[in-house]
Design a protein around this ligand. Structure first.
Ligand code: G
Ligand code: G
Ligand code: MN
Ligand code: NA
Length: 254
């Protein structure tokens, strides 16, 4: 209850910000986009990890306002990076199951995109398998609405949930993100190596891009490169950072 009240206050008080973590294309070595990760700097408690406050916001329903805040901030940033001439640079936003199931999700995203004048093809939505599989009829409808707007759709934490390959084929998905749990020991565990390889092969045979997350070592990176993974994200390449730092690294006009 206390945290929910603090979080409501944080929303109004500017205590939230987005950190951006680069996604690197292996073929070109280029940063092709970023994942936006919500951060809360509490005035007394300091930085509170999303694993602590997102579940609270989910159960109170505040996640919807929080999600609107995130979408506004991300679309604002898309428009700004676009203005600086960063062509095709995509921003991925996480949606929790409750946000994804909300009736007016597509409409509300459409309004934010229009208001911020952001290119919808530069927005990517990350959904977990369980969010997609909960009510497949509604999920499919919502995903098609987003897709029709030009928005990209990625399956987050892939391999950790239960997803039917049949739906994977029927949903308008653009990419799979291999969960970091499979990457951690990918260079030493035969099982994890087999899983990661299978995801890459299956993704490619379905014309999906495959990105590995949680890449922390040179060995993991080498493995993924050898298996033809499309892109990587993780501390080995870069930690999440503030927009200003991201802009500076990209070398575009500040
Ligand atoms: O970096 P990390 O600690 O940021 O993220 C922890 C978890 O919080 C991840 O599962 C991530 O998907 C989730 N998360 C981060 N930012 C957001 C957000 O803006 N919205 C939602 N719904 N989840 C987020
Ligand atoms: O659930 P989701 O995949 O959205 O969560 C992303 C989370 O992973 C964020 O908390 C982010 O800070 C974290 N993260 C990003 N790169 C790495 C990494 O290389 N190692 C670990 N352990 N976590 C990472
Ligand atoms: Mn994610
Ligand atoms: Na993930």
């Amino acid at each position: 209850v206390q945290m929910d009240r603090d979080l409501r206050h944080a929303l109004k008080n500017g205590e939230l910000f987005l950190a951006y973590q680069p996604q690197i294309e292996l073929d070109s070595g280029r940063i092709i986009g970023v994942e936006a990760l919500l951060r809360w700097r509490h005035p007394q408690l300091g930085l509170i990890p999303p694993q602590q406050f997102i579940p609270v916001a989910e159960s109170s329903g505040l996640i919807l306002s929080l999600g609107d805040w995130v979408m506004n901030a991300a679309c604002n940033q898309i428009a700004e990076w676009e203005k600086r001439g960063m062509n095709g640079f995509r921003v991925a936003v996480n949606l929790s199951a409750r946000q994804f199931r909300h009736n007016h999700l597509a409409e509300s995203i459409r309004n934010i995109i229009a208001e911020k004048n952001a290119d919808p093809t530069l927005l990517e939505i990350e959904l977990t398998e369980s969010a997609m599989m909960d009510d497949t009829e509604q999920a499919s409808r919502t995903m098609h609405q987003l897709k029709d707007m030009g928005i990209h759709i990625a399956v987050d934490d892939f391999g950790m949930g239960y997803s039917s390959l049949n739906y994977l084929k029927r949903f308008p998905i653009d990419s799979l993100k291999i969960d970091g749990n499979f990457i951690r020991e990918v260079a030493s565990s035969e099982d994890d190596a087999a899983i990661a390889t299978a995801i890459i092969t299956m993704g490619h045979s379905m014309q999906l891009k495959v990105i590995a997350e949680g890449v922390e070592t040179q060995e993991q990176l080498g493995f993924l490169r050898a298996r033809d993974c499309d892109a990587v994200q993780g501390f080995f390449m870069s930690h999440p950072m503030r927009a200003e730092k991201m802009t500076a690294i990209l070398g575009v006009d500040p």
